[in-house]
Design a protein around this ligand. Sequence first.
Ligand code: PEP
Length: 248
Amino acid sequence: MARKPFIAGNWKMNMTVATGTQLIKDLAPLVADANCDVALCVPAILIPAMTEAAKGTNIAIGAENVHWAASGAYTGEVSTAMLKDYGVQYVIIGHSERRQYFGETDETVNKRVLTALAAGLTPIMCIGETLSQREAGETEAVITKQLDIDLQGVEDVTKIVIAYEPVWAIGTGRTATDEQAEETIAFIRSRIAEMYCPKCAEKIIIQYGGSMNAGNCKGLMAQPDIDGGLIGGASLKLDFAKIVNWDK
Ligand code: PEP
């Protein structure tokens, strides 16, 4: 069974109600005939307005994080119920910026993933190695450890989207080569086959993320194991539509 490609944007801490609404209005006609699933993950406070702006389009609005508790004393956090209030389906979990700046660990990623799945949300679970880890030849060991912990207790792995994002490629303009991205994503798929089953590995969507743009998306998307992209900087402009339409 062929996997349906999935291109998602990650706005990070960018955009306002006005600029975000305008971008979605401008993008909507350009991505209307996409042959892939399309989402924009936006700051939590923009979810209501962006959901409204994306109504009637094929752009799904997603979140950038979710907490593991149903409710309670977690100042600044957002719950699955809050996301579901606005019909959110996708939520980025374990982005390297969360890991680097906000103390996210594989253990907390795992808690968030389990809670999101239990609520019927689709986690876009981010994993990837740092430059020093790659240079030390540790990429596969790092990925293996992340998958082991992040997926602990997950029964149906196909309900998750994995984003392979080499940390050294995020926001740096230094994209992984097509071959580097394919090699590691094929490795991730082989680990999923070992941890779960070959059919699960065939079915799970695995994105590449890290300075993917209108110029390099074709080569990346042509790789057999790469099913889409998680797009940061290029999702803040109309270039996002070019990535979504990489096959046209
Ligand atoms: C990201 O934020 O997930 C990302 C891949 O960013 P960029 O495309 O800007 O490298």
